[in-house]
Design a protein around this ligand. Structure first.
Ligand code: PLP
Length: 373
């Protein structure tokens, strides 16, 4: 299996750790262990009791219970904890797909949602989210791409990088589409709980046995360092993932499983803080974009913490983003990694002061750039 290098991860390797202002990544502001312990009342004694042993293959019972109660209608048999949703994407695709299968994927897409299926040898059929319609999903276009040869539909809503989302009506239509075909729906719900102006959608795995839901502590929960994610599916599907799990990671750490379980059990305590912060940043970004309509053009995201604006007059933003990293100490991600070189991925999940400073630096750089043209 040959996996290509990914432009997004290469960019993050170069700039994520070496810039002090983050206007590019796709999660909310991370929590420190001290903050987490204070908010959730996690005691040192409680942590001291954890044996640094292996965890069970499907994840520890407390974590599976917490995930199931929040996302899987309480059914722990439908939960497997994974090493981030990254492992879930990899094992689900490798267990369920074979070379030559047709797989419908979004375009643009987060890299591993397409690269893993492609490396298996699948034929990718791209469902385009189009800039000219503000990346609004068109279910009729999706329907037209699904044929009797389609073995999997892979979706990610709220969508990275555009922030596009499905309405509840579109979601119900999607389930109808799954019902009428012999395929699996892989539903990457990394940003499920980061929505603005609508309720989070349910996980489709609770509604249909051929739907598989993927989730993570990395985005809405601000805990990417736990490397805890999960896969929600019918028990027969989860059983097919075990051999891959055994070959890749065996199990997760009981320490980070414990932190994740505690965070999910009292999710509303930590979610509400970061979601409100992201919503304020989004309003600020909207005002900034309106003031700078001569510099950027964008569509306001409905979910997630990334927007995908075009930079006016710039056909390829890579050099601009490199310059922002090197001279302005600012992380911004070029759209080339998502197939739209005229755009940038702009993350608005960060600390409010830093976010404001980031927008000011971006404005300065764009104005300076325009002056030199
Ligand atoms: C849509 C989407 N899915 C999956 C992932 C993988 O995240 P993790 O492995 O940290 O859960 C990301 C990370 O950016 C993402 O944006």
């Amino acid at each position: 299996m040959h996996l290509p290098r990914t432009a997004l991860e290469d960019w993050m390797r170069d700039f994520y750790f070496d810039t002090s202002i983050d206007l590019g990544s796709s999660g909310v502001q991370c929590w420190s262990l001290a903050e987490l312990r204070r908010l959730l009342g996690i005691t040192v004694e409680e942590l001291d009791e954890i044996a640094l042993d292996d965890s069970p293959s499907y994840g520890g019972p407390n974590l599976r219970r917490a995930v199931a109660d929040r996302f899987a209608a309480g059914d722990t048999d439908r939960v497997m904890a994974t090493h981030g949703s990254t492992e879930a994407i990899f094992v689900v695709m490798n267990a369920l797909l074979s070379a030559g299968d047709e797989v419908v994927v979004p375009d643009p897409a987060y890299h591993s949602l397409t690269s893993v299926a492609e490396a298996i040898g699948c034929r990718l059929v791209r469902w385009r989210l189009r800039p000219e319609t503000g990346f609004t999903p068109d279910l009729d276009e999706l329907r037209a791409l699904v044929t009797p040869r389609t073995r999997m539909i892979v979706l990610n809503f709220p969508h990275n990088p555009t922030g596009a989302h499905l309405t509840r009506g579109q979601f119900d239509d999607l389930l109808g589409l799954v019902d009428g075909h012999d395929l699996h729906l892989v539903w990457d719900a990394a940003f499920a709980e980061l929505v603005y102006g609508q309720e989070p959608l349910p996980d489709p795995s609770t509604l249909h046995d051929r739907c598989i839901g993927l989730g993570t502590m990395s985005k809405a929960y601000g805990l990417p360092g736990t490397r805890v994610g999960w896969c929600l599916a019918a028990p027969e599907i989860l059983a097919r993932l075990v051999p891959l799990r055994d070959a890749l990671t065996i199990c997760l750490s009981p320490l980070t499983e414990h932190l994740a379980a505690r965070a999910l059990t009292d999710a509303d305590l930590i979610l509400a803080i970061r979601r409100a912060q992201a919503a304020r940043n989004l309003d600020r970004l909207a005002a900034w974009a309106e003031d700078n309509a001569d510099l950027v053009s964008w569509t306001r995201p409905s979910g997630g913490v990334t927007a995908f604006p075009a930079v006016v007059g710039v056909a390829d933003t890579e050099e601009l983003c490199r310059e922002l990293g090197r001279r302005h100490d600012l992380l911004l991600v070029p759209g080339s990694g998502f197939g739209h070189p005229d755009r940038v991925r702009l993350g608005f999940g960060g600390a409010e002061d830093a976010f404001g400073e980031g927008l000011a630096r971006l404005h300065k750089a764009l104005v300076e750039r325009r002056g030199t043209l």
